[in-house]
Design a protein around this ligand. Structure first.
Ligand code: MN
Length: 285
C-alpha cells in the first residue's frame, strides 16, 4: 500500500500513476483527537485499522493523476525527525578528504557520533521543493532511505524492531556545509524532504537491501545499496529507542552514501529507492 497526503490534506492511495482520493475514510475512522493532541501522528497511528476501509473506498473513489497534485509530506505531525550522521563508510571517507565539507573536523561514524535531530519545521513533501538559504554556503543533497515509525516504543529490541515500522519513504537530508552543529545546518525550512508517499512494509522485502540512486539534472551523483549501512534499519530503530521514546509518525533518516554534492537554484534532484518510490525535487533560490 502506498499512502500519500496531497493538496489540502487529502488522503490518497497511490495506484500506478494515479491517486484514489480516499479522504472520506478519515470521517468514518472515529474522532480525531482535540487539543492537547496526544504524542504522535494520528493517521500513522491508525493506519493498520484504516487499511481495509482505504482499500474498500479506493474501489469507487475519484481518481486524479499523480502529476496533477501537490504532494505533501506523508507524515503530517511527527514528534521528531531523527537522523543518522555518518552511516556509510564511503561517505565518511569523502567527508574527511574534503575540507569544503568537513570544515576542519574529522567526522566519526554513527558508532561514536550517535544520532541528531532535525527540526520538524524543516519537513516538506516533494512538491514544495527545497528553498536554499540565501548565503554563500555550499548546500548539498543527501539522498536517504527514510523509516516511519508506526507504534510507540522504548528500548525496542533489535530482533523486533521492524514490527515498529509503519512504512518507508524516500528522503532528502539537505545540508548547509559549515562548522556549526548539524541540527542548525540541517534544519533550515524545506531541508527535510520526505516523499513521495509512505510505502507500507509488505511491499519492501528487506529495507537493508535496497538500491538507492540520486541524480542532479539527470547526472548520477549517489548510488548505493542500503546493505552498506553501518547501523542497519533494525539497529537504528533499537538504538534510537534506547534514547528516545518513539511515537507513531516519527521519522528516521538512515544516513547518506558517498556522492554528496552542491546544488544550485534551478537544479532538479531525482531520488529513487527500490520498492519504495522515486521523487523529483526542485531546488529553489
Ligand atoms: Mn544525512
Amino acid at each position: 500500500m502506498r499512502i500519500c497526503r496531497f493538496n489540502n490534506d487529502s488522503l490518497g492511495l497511490v495506484i500506478g500513476d494515479e491517486i484514489a482520493d480516499v479522504t472520506s475514510v478519515l470521517a468514518s475512522a472515529g474522532t480525531v483527537p482535540a487539543w492537547p493532541l496526544p504524542s504522535g501522528d494520528w493517521l500513522v497511528k491508525n493506519l493498520d485499522n484504516l487499511r481495509e476501509p482505504i482499500m474498500e473506498a479506493a474501489k469507487s473513489a475519484p481518481r486524479v493523476a499523480l502529476s496533477d497534485v501537490t504532494l505533501l509530506s506523508p507524515v503530517a505531525n511527527p514528534t521528531k525527525v531523527i537522523a543518522a550522521p555518518v552511516n556509510y563508510l564511503a561517505h565518511q571517507s569523502e567527508v574527511n578528504a574534503d575540507s569544503n565539507v568537513n570544515f576542519g573536523t574529522q567526522v566519526k561514524t554513527i558508532e561514536s557520533a550517535g544520532l541528531f535531530l532535525k527540526a520538524n519545521s524543516s519537513l516538506v513533501g516533494v512538491s514544495a521543493g527545497v528553498r536554499l538559504r540565501n548565503d554563500d554556503r555550499r548546500h548539498d543533497h543527501e539522498g536517504e532511505l527514510v523509516v516511519v515509525i508506526g507504534k510507540t516504543g522504548r528500548d525496542i529490541p533489535e530482533a523486533n524492531a521492524l514490527d515498529y515500522v509503519a512504512g518507508y519513504s524516500v528522503g532528502l537530508d539537505m545540508t548547509a556545509r559549515g562548522p556549526e552543529e548539524r541540527s542548525l545546518r540541517k534544519s533550515i525550512d524545506t531541508y527535510s524532504v520526505v516523499g513521495p508517499w509512505l510505502t507500507t512494509p509488505e511491499e519492501v522485502a528487506d529495507p537493508d537491501n535496497l538500491e538507492l540512486l540520486l541524480t542532479v539534472n539527470g547526472e548520477q551523483r549517489q548510488k548505493t545499496n542500503t546493505n552498506r549501512m553501518i547501523f542497519n534499519t533494525r539497529k537504528l530503530i533499537a538504538y534510537a529507542s534506547s534514547f528516545y521514546t518513539l511515537y507513531p509518525g516519527d521519522i528516521i533518516f538512515t544516513g547518506t552514501p558517498d556522492g554528496v554534492s552542491r546544488v544550485y537554484p534551478g537544479d532538479e534532484m531525482y531520488v529513487e529507492i527500490e520498492s519504495v518510490g522515486s521523487m523529483q525535487v526542485k531546488v529553489l533560490g
